[in-house]
Design a protein. Structure first.
Length: 203
């Protein structure tokens, strides 16, 4: 059971599968993407500076244009109110870099609340990793790992470049472009917060 959020940012036609118990919330112009994919929207949130024609057949939360939070963040808050703890967020990468950075900060905020969230498009998955071991079954492509805190300690197994209890910092991009090699791989975060970016490529 997950909450699917579709924002109004760049959208590269990712494959979105909505299961029976999933909730789909669109943030403002993200509704146009959902309609293009013929997805049933459960809730529409926004100040509607992007979406001019507001549908009458969808439950809507209209926001003031003057606010501290982004439409996307408030859409996520609506999912949290409804009891969801896992968020797949689309339409939140690319475009203006400040919006992408803001959306990564949202991932950090959700992680601090014990929630799981990913920014997803057709080729890229972005998430924040906290203490624990993460298993990947990607056959090919790249994963970059950056310390989001001042320092983080990680162990990497079954990627092209392996490390054991390696300290990385937020001052040097040591973890960029590691490569999946066709094996089940693991990343263990021993301490700190790590920004993980997976870039897929065709098998």
């Amino acid at each position: 059971m997950k909450c699917i959020i579709i924002g109004a940012g760049s959208f590269n036609n990712p494959k979105i599968i909505k299961e029976k118990d999933d909730l789909l919330i669109c943030a403002d112009g993200g509704y146009l993407y959902a309609r293009k994919l013929d997805l049933k929207v459960d809730l529409l949130v926004g100040d509607f500076d992007s979406l001019k024609d507001i549908p009458l057949d969808v439950q809507t939360v209209k926001l003031n244009k003057i606010k501290d939070e982004t439409d996307l963040y408030i859409a996520i808050e609506e999912g949290i109110k409804r009891g969801y703890q896992t968020f797949d967020i689309y339409g939140a990468l690319g475009g203006r870099i400040e919006h992408t950075i803001a959306n990564i900060q949202i991932l950090v905020n959700l992680k601090s609340k014990g929630l799981t969230a990913k920014l997803i498009d057709d080729k890229t998955i972005v998430e924040i990793l906290s203490t624990g071991t993460y298993i990947y079954n990607e056959r090919c492509g790249y994963i970059s790992l950056f310390s989001y805190t001042k320092e983080s300690t990680i162990t990497i197994k079954n990627l092209l470049y392996e490390v054991n209890n390696k300290t990385i910092s937020n001052e040097f991009p040591l973890g960029i472009d590691n490569e999946f090699i066709g094996k089940e791989s693991t990343v263990t975060v021993h301490n700190g917060l790590v920004l993980s970016i997976i870039n897929k490529k065709n098998d």
